[in-house]
Design a binder for this molecule. Structure first.
Ligand code: ATP
Ligand code: MG
Length: 576
C-alpha cells in the first residue's frame, strides 16, 4: 500500500512537471471558491442574530450586496479553476498515453504474441484515463479539505460537545467505508480482467471471421460471446450492489447525523445556550462538510480501483525493449550495403533456431535463402534488422556492428518486407507510399511499372481505393506487388524480402524477377524464396536446414553438388 502510494505520487509529480503554474492557479482559485461557500453560513448567522433578532435592519441592504458579490466571485473562481485544471489534466492524460504508446512500440515481439490487442488498447486508453482522473480528483479535493479544517475550527468554537458529536459520527462513517474497501477492490479487479477478456475475444473473433465462416462455427462463437457477457454481467452486478450498499449506509449515517445535531442544538437554543443564528450556521457547515468528507472517502475508496489502474499502467510503462540502442550509437549511411554475419546463434527462449551462421551478403547481387518451413529463414532476416539481437555472434553492415548503429539509421538502410504485413487497412496510395515522404508522381509510376502493379483500373477508386480489412480485398499476388512497389519507392541500400512471389502467377513472377534484377544495380538484395525461378535469377543461394547453413553457391553448382538442395528442388518441381 505504502509503496503503491509512493509510486502513485511520484508518477503524478513526474507528469506535473512544466504544469506547476497552471496547477497552482487552479488550486488557489479552488480555495477562493471554497472560501466563498464558507462565507454563506457566517452571513446567515449574522443576518439572523444581529440584523433580524437584534433589529439592526439598516444592515440588510449591505448584506444582500455582500451575498451577491460572494456568489459572483464563487461562480467565476470555480469556473476558471475547473477550466484550468481540466485542461492541464487532459494534456497530462494525452502525454501519458503517448509515453505508453512509445514503450509499446519498442516492446519485444514476444510481448505481442502474449498480449491480446483488445487488452492493449484497454490499458492504453482506459486505465490511463482513470489514473489521470484520480490525480485530478486529488488536486480538486485539496481546497475542499482546507475548508473542512476551517469549518471544524468554527464548530469547535461554537459548541465543543456538538462538534465532537459530529466528528465521532464522522469517524464511524469512515470506519464503515474502510470495511467495504477490500471486497470492492477485489470485484473491481475481476470486472476489469473480465472486461479485458471480452474485448480481446471480440477483436480476435472478427479478425478470424473468415475462418469462422469457413468452418461454420458462428453458433458456437455466439454462445462463447454470450457466456463471457453473462460472466461479466454477474460480476458487474455484484460490484454495483456492494458499492451501492456502502453508499446507502453512508447516506443513512449522514442523515442521522444532521437530525441529531438539529435536535440537540434545538434543545440548546431553547435553554438559551446557543443562538438561532449559530445553530443555522452549524447546520449549514454540516451540509458543507458533507462534500469534503464524501470527497475524501470517495478518494480513499476509489484509490483501490485506481491502484489496479496504476499497476496496469506501470507494468506497460516499464516494459523493457528486446533491442536497446547504445548511447553512443552512430548515424550511418552505408556506401555498399554489405551484410556480414559472423558465428550467429539465436534462440527463442531455450529453443535454438539458428546456430553457427557465417555468411556474407555482398552488394550489387541477389542472394536467395531457401530451406524447408521452420528452418529459420524469417528469423535470420529479422536479426539483420534487429527485431532481436543474436544470443551469440555479430552482424555487420559495411563492416560496422549493427549494434553500434542507431536503429533508425539501420532500418532506413536495411528494409525487411515481411509477407504477413505487406498491406494494411488504408488506401492503395497510402499503402504504396507508406514510410516515405514527398514522393513524386514519376517515382510512383516507375514503381508501379516495375512491381507489375497493373490492376489499378480494376479498382473502383483507383489509387484512392481503401484496401485491406474493411476495404477491397486484393488477391495475395496483388498484395505482394503492392509491397514490392512500396519497397521500390523506399529504395533502401539493402532489401530483404520474405517470400515476395509466393502467390503470383508465372508471368507476374517474371516481371517481379526482372525488377529484382534491376534493384541489384544499386542495392544488396536478399530474397527468402520457395520458388525455383528466384533461385535461378540469384547470384547465390544459401540453403538453410534446421537453423544451419547446408550450402552456399550458385543454383547450378548447388544442383550438382548439394544433395539436400537437389532434394528440395525435386520437391519444388513436383509441386509445379
Ligand atoms: N516468435 C517466436 N517464438 C518462438 N518460436 C518461434 C518464433 N518465431 C519462429 N519460431 C520458431 O523458430 C523456427 C524458425 O522459424 P522461422 O519463421 O524463422 O522459419 P522460416 O524458415 O521462415 O519458415 P517458413 O518457411 O515457414 O516461413 C520455427 O521452428 C518456429 O516455430
Ligand atoms: Mg518464414
Amino acid at each position: 500500500m505504502k509503496k503503491d502510494l509512493k509510486s502513485y505520487f511520484s508518477l503524478l509529480l513526474n507528469y506535473l512537471r512544466g504544469n506547476w503554474r497552471a496547477v497552482t492557479l487552479g488550486v488557489i482559485l479552488g480555495i477562493i471558491a471554497e472560501i466563498c461557500t464558507l462565507i454563506s453560513p457566517l452571513i446567515t448567522r449574522y443576518l439572523l442574530d444581529f440584523v433580524i433578532i437584534g433589529k439592526n435592519y439598516s444592515y440588510f441592504r449591505s448584506l444582500i450586496l455582500l451575498s451577491i458579490f460572494v456568489l459572483v466571485i464563487f461562480l467565476l473562481a470555480s469556473l476558471i479553476a475547473n477550466y484550468v485544471l481540466i485542461k492541464v489534466f487532459k494534456l497530462i492524460s494525452a502525454k501519458l498515453k503517448l509515453d505508453m504508446f512509445k514503450t509499446l512500440q519498442y516492446a519485444p515481439i514476444s510481448f505481442y504474441e502474449k498480449e491480446a490487442s483488445g487488452g492493449i488498447s484497454y490499458r492504453l486508453l482506459g486505465d490511463t484515463e482513470s489514473l489521470v482522473d484520480s490525480w485530478m480528483g486529488i488536486l480538486v479535493t485539496i481546497p475542499m479539505q482546507l475548508i473542512l479544517l476551517v469549518s471544524a475550527v468554527f464548530m469547535i468554537k461554537w459548541n465543543l460537545i456538538l462538534a465532537l458529536f459530529a466528528f465521532v459520527i464522522l469517524g464511524v462513517q469512515s470506519y464503515i467505508i474502510s470495511r467495504f474497501r477490500d471486497p470492492i477492490l477485489n470485484y473491481v479487479k475481476k470486472v476489469r480482467a473480465k472486461g479485458q477478456e471480452v474485448s480481446g475475444y471480440t477483436v480476435g473473433h472478427f479478425r478470424r471471421i473468415q475462418l469462422v465462416k469457413a468452418i461454420s462455427t458462428e453458433n458456437l462463437e455466439q454462445k462463447n460471446f454470450f457466456k463471457r457477457l453473462q460472466e461479466l454481467i454477474s460480476l458487474e452486478i455484484k460490484t454495483f450492489m456492494i458499492s451501492k450498499f456502502s453508499n446507502v449506509l453512508q447516506a443513512l449515517i449522514s442523515n442521522a447525523w444532521s437530525l441529531s445535531i438539529l435536535f440537540y442544538g434545538g434543545m440548546l437554543t431553547i435553554y438559551g445556550k446557543m443562538t438561532i443564528g449559530t445553530l443555522m450556521a452549524f447546520m449549514m457547515f454540516t451540509g458543507i462538510l458533507y462534500q469534503p468528507i464524501a470527497g475524501l472517502t470517495n478518494l480513499i475508496l476509489s484509490f483501490q480501483s485506481v491502484r489496479a489502474n496504476l499497476m496496469r499502467v506501470k507494468e506497460y510503462l516499464e516494459i523493457k525493449p528486446d533491442v536497446v540502442e547504445k548511447n553512443d550509437a552512430i548515424d550511418f549511411v552505408p556506401k555498399e550495403g554489405r551484410i556480414g554475419i559472423e558465428n550467429v546463434l539465436f534462440s527463442y527462449g531455450d529453443k535454438i533456431v539458428l546456430s553457427n551462421i557465417n555468411i556474407e551478403f555482398p552488394p550489387n547481387s541477389i542472394t536467395a535463402i531457401v530451406g524447408p518451413t521452420g528452418s529459420g529463414k524469417t528469423t535470420l532476416a529479422k536479426l539483420i534488422v534487429r527485431f532481436f539481437d543474436p544470443k551469440e555472434g555479430r552482424i555487420f553492415l559495411d563492416g560496422i556492428d549493427i549494434r553500434d548503429i542507431k536503429l533508425i539509421s539501420l532500418r532506413k538502410a536495411v528494409k525487411l518486407f515481411l509477407s504477413e504485413n505487406y498491406v494494411f487497412n488504408a488506401t492503395l496510395y497510402e499503402n504504396i507510399t507508406y514510410g516515405s515522404t514527398d514522393v513524386g508522381k514519376e517515382k510512383i509510376e516507375w514503381a508501379l511499372e516495375e512491381a507489375a502493379v497493373d490492376f489499378l483500373h480494376k479498382l473502383p477508386y483507383g489509387f484512392n481505393t481503401v484496401i485491406g480489412e474493411g476495404g477491397i480485398n486484393l488477391s495475395a499476388g496483388e498484395v505482394q506487388r503492392v509491397a514490392l512497389a512500396r519497397a521500390l519507392i523506399l529504395s533502401p541500400k539493402v532489401f530483404i524480402f520474405d517470400e515476395p512471389t509466393s502467390s503470383v502467377d508465372l508471368e507476374t513472377e517474371d516481371k517481379i524477377n526482372n525488377a529484382f534484377m534491376k534493384l541489384k544495380n544499386n542495392s544488396t538484395v536478399i530474397i527468402i524464396a520457395h520458388r525455383l525461378s528466384t533461385a535461378r535469377i540469384s547470384d547465390r543461394v544459401v540453403v538453410l536446414e534446421n537453423g544451419n547453413i547446408k550450402g552456399v553457391g550458385t543454383h547450378e553448382d548447388l544442383l550438382l553438388e548439394n544433395d539436400f538442395y537437389k532434394r528440395i528442388n525435386y520437391i519444388l518441381l513436383q509441386q509445379k
